[in-house]
Write a protein that binds this ligand. Structure first.
Ligand code: ZN
Length: 271
């Protein structure tokens, strides 16, 4: 026998065996992946569940208001994250603008919201009033520049009423003459919730208590859910504050209004 032919035959056998082993290995791997991959969630349309953007105010180098080492940016993020965790209980889809301590300008917040095909937008903030520590309570803001002003008003009323079951809340919706960019420029019903005054001892206590912030998150979602389900909602009147009466709000205003300390105090004392 030709020794070269014998060698070629052996090589051919080896190649066939390697090829068969290769095919078996690939098939095995494919079967392993098929049976061990996580189940694919059922495909669904974006709008088959009411979707709300929860925008934690401030972040990163923008701390918001600060009092006794408590920073607004941390409180707003805590409430937003609690709302995200609670969303399934309310049959809602919650999308956060930020999950971490990162800076976002108002344009980026509105731009992000516009890409999410969401049904509503809720900004979370904390108020302050230096020198008037007795001023306390929550306020909900709307903007008549929002294309869905009437819906925003309904949404704001629903959230105010739910928050009012557990907390001190202004019985009127607030609107700034100098508009709040994230409310005016969002193309969906939009509200801003001021969750209390960091400068008031009672509010500061609840804003730094995770069981209380959980309750704030819960009632905000309960309000959103009532709005989503077209529940009967008593509409609140809208109180317009003068440009001089704005409390400090880093990153929220499109333009910084002239601040008049006297007007600032007066408007908030009636809130
Ligand atoms: Zn703020």
């Amino acid at each position: 026998m030709n020794p070269f032919r014998q060698k070629n035959k052996t090589w051919a056998k080896t190649i066939i065996v390697v090829a068969i082993l290769g095919v078996l290995a690939c098939a095995g791997a494919a079967l392993f992946i098929l049976y061990h991959r996580p189940p694919t969630p059922p495909a669904k349309h974006v709008n088959d569940i009411f979707t709300v953007i929860i925008d934690a105010g401030h972040g990163g180098r923008d701390e918001g208001t600060k009092y006794k080492n408590v920073k607004e940016k941390d409180i707003t993020l805590a409430i937003a994250r609690q709302a995200e965790a609670l969303a399934p209980q309310f049959g809602l889809r919650v999308i956060l603008t930020r999950h971490t301590d990162t800076f976002l300008n108002p344009v980026a917040r509105v731009g992000f919201a516009s890409t999410q095909n969401a049904d509503a937008y809720v900004a979370i903030h904390v108020n302050e009033l230096r020198g008037y520590s007795y001023v306390q309570g929550m306020q909900v803001y709307v903007s008549n520049k929002n294309p869905d002003f009437e819906s925003s008003r309904l949404l704001g009323s629903a959230v105010s009423q739910r928050l009012g079951a557990d907390f001190k809340v202004s019985p009127r919706l607030q609107q700034r003459a100098a508009n709040i960019f994230v409310l005016a420029d969002n193309l969906m019903p939009s509200i801003l919730v001021e969750c209390g005054f960091i400068t008031n001892p009672t509010d500061l206590k609840l804003l730094t208590d995770s069981t209380k912030t959980l309750l704030i998150a819960k009632q905000i979602l309960a309000g959103v859910s009532a709005y989503a389900k077209h529940a009967a909602i008593k509409e609140y009147a809208v109180q317009i504050s003068s440009p001089a009466s704005n409390t400090r709000h880093h990153g929220v205003m499109a333009s910084t209004p002239a601040r008049n300390k006297k007007g600032h105090k007066k408007a908030n004392r009636t809130a």
